[in-house]
Design a protein around this ligand. Structure first.
Ligand SMILES: [Zn+2]
Length: 337
């Protein structure tokens, strides 16, 4: 066991994270999930997006239900607009992108624990066979017979083991995020040929939620927010395009669900992926909140002052129970401040 794992385990066993929670009742803990599924069912999909297996997710939901007051997005919006108070130790459960496993695997567990959640939909992918570029790249890397790939900076990286190949895939995807949207699309569209892979035409079928599933989930206490149409990094397109991406996603969900959409999650959500101009657009188009992927709980006072940069805690299938409970603790915010 590594030293950091030993410390985590000690904190977990000593209830230090729960003790910390007791002293920080006025902060909002927002969990961020992408996919709930088994790794072995997703060998050729982008595995870092698997946030938890169904049993891990169930453990986490039981933990959150026991130690937090899980609120709905509507409750958050009511608090932000001064219509209702915020309960102490509030937590919000969120998902990004709109994968079908949110319906098949997460929904039964959320129902079992009677927990509300919000899913931020990339509307251009919903009810379609269109793959996200990270999943397309994963398929190509898994199935290629070659041992090297070209990076946009001209460098060629080779791998000698499955582990090295996985690491190269991860850095290739990170390199894509640094390109303009047009350059990224060019690189991604050329990847299957560059790696000598042909993707079966039906491979990406049924990977995303359908509008029927979304409507059914809405009736089961799941809310929906905007996550743009095409998942661009909003700081890498013009402000006009960013506005279209945000409004287009919001309006599509509003048409399908016949109710207002009040919230946005910034694609990728790191510090360089949004800015004050983009937050201003979110406000102008009538959204009450927007979520980042900067880690940690947000103090209620901070969320109230700037509801367009609410932090979230990114959950990964690599996290142990101890790691999860530490991440969900206000100690995590202290560590980042
Ligand atoms: Zn996303």
């Amino acid at each position: 066991m590594s030293l950091s794992k030993k410390i985590l385990s000690f904190l977990h066993k000593s209830n230090a994270t729960r003790l910390a929670q007791k002293f920080f009742p006025n902060s909002l803990t927002v969990l961020n999930y992408h996919r709930i599924d088994y790794l072995e069912n997703n060998q050729d999909m982008f595995q870092p997006n698997i946030s938890a297996t169904p049993p891990m997710f169930e453990w986490q939901m039981a933990f959150i239900k026991k130690w937090y007051r899980v609120i709905s997005l509507q409750q958050l919006t009511d608090w932000l607009t001064n219509k209702a108070p915020m309960p102490p130790h509030a937590a919000l459960i969120t998902f990004d992108d709109g994968y079908a496993d949110n319906y098949t695997n997460a929904l039964p567990i959320l129902k079992k624990y009677d927990l509300p959640a919000v899913i931020f939909l990339t509307t251009g992918y919903i009810a379609s066979n269109r793959p996200f570029y990270w999943d397309l790249a994963s398929y190509c890397f898994v199935h290629t017979q070659t041992d090297r790939v070209q990076f946009p900076d001209g460098a060629e990286k080779a791998w000698q083991s499955v582990e090295e190949k996985k690491a190269t895939l991860k850095s290739w995807i990170e390199a894509m995020k640094k390109l303009s949207e047009n350059e990224k699309q060019t690189w991604v569209s050329q990847l299957p040929e560059a790696l000598g892979v042909s993707i079966p035409h039906d491979f990406f079928e049924n990977k995303m939620l359908t509008w029927e599933q979304i409507r059914e989930m809405r009736n089961a206490n799941i809310e929906f927010g905007a996550h743009t149409i095409n998942h661009p990094i909003l700081t890498r397109i013009s402000l006009t395009q960013a506005r279209e991406e945000i409004i287009g996603s919001k309006q599509k969900i509003e048409q399908e669900l016949e109710e207002p959409v009040t919230s946005l999650a910034y694609p990728n959500g790191m510090q360089t992926d949004f800015n004050t101009d983009i937050a201003a657009i979110a406000k102008e188009v009538g959204l009450a909140s927007a979520f980042t992927l900067l880690s940690g709980p947000t103090l209620n006072s901070t969320a109230k002052k700037n509801p367009y940069t609410i932090r979230r805690i990114f959950i990964s299938h690599n996290h142990s129970s101890a790691h999860f409970s530490l991440l969900a603790s206000p100690l995590n915010r202290l560590r980042n401040s």
